[in-house]
Design a protein around this ligand. Structure first.
Ligand code: SF4
Length: 298
């Protein structure tokens, strides 16, 4: 009986990975269309056209929409009453092995120091799995993300003295955009994390990338800063793929948690135009649905 349940999860997750490396989430696709319709710069318009052709061909030819299928990362928000919690790490790893063979995914797991590519996207600590245990729930929400070498893997974090003030976040983010934003294939989704240390800020910045591109922080001050940063990054004028243009961002999302009186941790992570994040929810009977990809049927 358990073998049957395990097969449902492995098959569903391998299929979801296959779908989400080929098809953008609904919100990202809609935002790209919105930005392209507003664009007036001829070079930028041509880049958007190429992006939409790329998306169409990925779907028609059943291939990943970018050659860099990234490091597979999961953020698992698991209800404490979900019956398969115990098995999830093993099953998610099996799903990555299956998706690597069947989709296929490019092998992107290189053992550090020996520099050997494991060839199957699995190694010690890979796929990356972050857990949140959610009390009083019996479902399991899983965010999938394919962190590419140009976009969200080269994030940056720093801990400021509190005297620097929250205004220090603005130049920190803008400097990162001018430093390596081009490598991240704009328009960018900018995930900013604020917290008490490097690691809490970094985790918050990753969670920020899982919010939808048009979402607004429920903290009014953070929401104000999201708007300011969006205006500031657009003013830099990178445009799609760095060819110049009126928009350089899909969105700016800030996730903030309290800081220590003596520290202000800040981190930034970029998502690229091919922002392949997905979310799937399993109920306790292992029925499932995606909240990001309306076309995913399993
Ligand atoms: S930044 Fe994104 S679109 Fe560009 S190569 Fe990396 S994964 Fe692909």
């Amino acid at each position: 009986m358990n073998a049957e349940k395990e097969k449902i999860i492995v098959d569903a997750m391998a299929s979801f990975i296959g779908h989400t490396v080929k098809i953008l989430p609904d919100d990202v696709g809609a935002k790209l269309r919105e930005l392209s319709e507003k664009e007036t710069d001829p070079a930028a318009m041509a880049v958007y056209e190429t992006m939409f052709r790329n998306l169409r061909l990925a779907e028609e030819l059943d291939r990943p929409l970018c050659q860099d299928t990234g490091v597979v990362q999961f953020w698992v928000r698991c209800g404490s009453g979900f019956p398969m919690m115990n098995e999830m790490e093993r099953l998610l790893t099996e799903a990555v092995l299956k998706a690597t063979r069947e989709t296929p995914l490019r092998p992107n797991c290189v053992e550090t120091f020996s520099d050997v590519n494991t060839g199957n996207n699995v190694g010690k600590g890979v796929p990356v799995i972050w857990w949140d245990i959610v009390p009083d729930r019996d479902d399991c929400e899983i965010y999938t993300y394919y962190a590419g070498g140009g976009c969200s893997l080269p994030g940056k974090a720093e801990v400021f003295m509190p005297g620097a003030g929250y205004k220090a976040i603005i130049p920190f983010v803008l400097d990162r955009v001018t430093e390596y934003g081009l490598n991240a294939c704009p328009p960018l989704l900018i995930g900013v994390g604020v917290g008490n240390s490097v690691e809490t800020a970094a985790m918050n910045s990753k969670k920020a990338l899982m919010r939808s591109v048009d979402s607004v922080s429920d903290d009014p001050k953070a929401a104000e800063m999201e708007k300011l940063l969006e205006e500031g990054v657009n003013a830099i004028g990178l445009g799609p793929q760095g060819f110049g243009g009126s928009s350089s961002v899909l969105g700016v999302n800030i996730v903030n948690t309290p800081r220590h009186p003596a520290t202000l941790g800040v981190a930034v992570n970029f998502g690229c135009w091919a922002h392949r994040r997905g979310a799937i929810v399993f109920d306790r009977d292992l029925g499932f649905r995606s909240t990001t990809h309306s076309g995913f049927k399993g």
